[in-house]
Design a protein around this ligand. Structure first.
Ligand code: HEM
Length: 447
């Protein structure tokens, strides 16, 4: 099938001397191809136009997209801002730390960071909290015999992040649905009519925020309770220029989103890869039998190199955040390329994550690239988590829960004499934007 591009728009144009990819539709630009076919879109643009080109993100406007590995350095550049993220989806990212720069960003990050580092996670006993929840969920999969994988991993990851936050996890499918509608705010055409994504996304945001306000109120009433939400409420209440509840709620909403959507997608891809590569499953089962139990502390993760390699390689091949956006505050240079001040930028992590410039045999799913390495993990090896001041705050948490999950899955299924098997095709229905995930309908059997 050819790409979702506008056949009537074949004109080659330049903006600031940089080519615009042909094929944009009115109103939605290249978004249909970005959402459904990003790797091919980037590959074709690079082949025909070179390393720099404009993509039209519809309501978000034109973003200068760079496939030059030096573009990764822009994520650490002092004259590059994250404010564009708020402009793209003000209702979703307004007031959140992901869209802030400088001191405001640092302050909000400081209120959360320590709890998500290995020491904070260990002190709060997060591994012990998660292990039985993960184990119970995979046991339920074994008993049912087959599952729609992304729906299941979405529920599980929401449950885990809720328990880390210290808030009651009720109606998880409802929350999951609302978060999917909320994400549509990033790509919604600016038409506010009943049934359209903008109206549904706004309603989802109001639904989520009303519940988060309740949790904030409860946290203030029971200040002695533990959980990240209580830490955040007290840190925000203590801050010098007391931040408003709107900002607090927006950041909790962001954390719940960041804490489940990306990991749910990665977890679903892990199961899919284990189902379609029997050799992978066998080495994982061997490791799980050797360790004998689900690890609970960061210090224990070193005993699970296969599960860790599976986590890293799954993310490399299927990065859950396939592109990052930024704005150049001043004129910048990228090699020979001049980037005018005010340019909106797209940095496609997906491209670099699977680039032959950074990885040997990038299209092959190879655990050996992690298992046989002798040097420590470099920033470029974990670029799926971003880099620079906005580097993902959940890296250690994601690592812990995904390794826990692999070991729990292998132990549970192997004890029952079953293994994961793919019950549907994988290529159809994949999505790459706003976040990347396998098709919602993929089913996995355990037999
Ligand atoms: C596989 C899992 C994950 C992936 C691939 C991932 C990816 C990313 C990426 C690429 C960024 C950088 C955004 C930017 O620079 O604009 C980011 C930021 C962030 N992530 Fe994650 N993430 C994951 C898991 C998590 C988890 C589990 C949490 C929370 C508990 C989390 C919370 C955050 C937060 C709060 C930010 C914003 C940081 C800032 O702007 O300073 N993430 N993540």
């Amino acid at each position: 099938m050819d790409m979702l591009l506008n056949p009537l728009n074949r004109r080659h144009r330049l903006r600031h001397d940089i080519p615009v990819v042909p094929g944009a539709f009115p109103l939605v630009g290249h978004l249909p191809a970005v959402v459904c076919d990003l790797p091919r879109l980037l590959w074709r643009a690079e082949r025909t136009l070179g390393s720099h080109f404009w993509l039209d993100f519809g309501p978000a406007g034109h973003l200068m997209t760079s496939l030059d590995p030096d573009a990764l350095a822009l994520l650490r550049h002092k004259d590059v801002s994250s404010a564009l993220i708020e402009d793209i989806a003000p209702e979703l990212f307004g007031g959140t730390l992901v869209a802030q720069d400088g001191i405001a960003h640092r302050q909000a990050r400081d209120a959360i960071q320590a709890a998500l580092l290995p020491k904070g996670l260990t002190q709060a006993g997060i591994g012990e909290l998660f292990a039985p929840v993960i184990r119970a969920r995979v046991q339920a999969w074994r008993d049912r015999g087959d599952v729609t994988i992304l729906r299941e991993t979405g529920d599980l990851m929401l449950k885990l992040i809720f328990s880390l936050m210290g808030i009651p996890a009720q109606d998880l499918p409802g929350w999951h649905r609302k978060y999917r509608q909320l994400l549509q705010l990033i790509v919604a055409p600016p038409v506010d009519l009943p049934g359209l994504p903008l109206r549904r996304g706004r309603a989802a945001r109001d639904w989520i925020d009303a519940r988060l306000r309740e949790f904030v109120r409860a946290a203030r009433e029971h200040a002695s309770r533990t959980g990240l939400i209580n830490d955040m409420v007290s840190a925000f209440d203590r801050s010098d220029d007391a931040l408003s509840d709107d900002v607090l709620v927006a950041n909790i909403r962001l954390l719940l989103l960041g804490g489940h959507d990306t990991t749910a997608s990665t977890m679903a891809w892990m199961v899919i890869e284990l189902a379609r590569q029997p050799g992978l499953w066998d080495v994982l089962v061997e490791e799980a039998q050797r360790v004998g139990a689900v690890p609970t502390r960061h210090a224990d993760l070193a005993q699970c190199p296969v599960a860790e390699a599976l986590f890293r390689e799954t993310l490399r091949v299927h990065p859950a955040t396939p592109l990052l956006v930024r704005r150049a505050l001043r004129e910048l240079r990228l090699g020979q390329q001049r980037i005018p001040a005010g340019t909106d930028l797209c940095i496609p992590l997906l491209h670099f994550s699977t680039s032959a410039l950074l990885h040997e045999a990038p299209d092959q799913f190879r655990l050996a690239r992690w298992l046989q390495r002798t040097e420590p993990i470099r920033p470029v090896d974990m670029l799926q988590f971003g880099t620079g001041p906005h580097v993902c705050m959940g890296y250690h948490l994601a690592w812990l829960e995904l390794v826990q999950f692999c070991i729990a899955l292998a132990l549970t299924m192997h004890e029952a004499g079953v293994r994961p098997r793919l019950l549907s095709g994988v290529e159809k229905g994949r999505r790459y934007y706003p976040t990347a995930h396998p098709s919602m309908t993929i089913r996995i059997g355990f037999s």
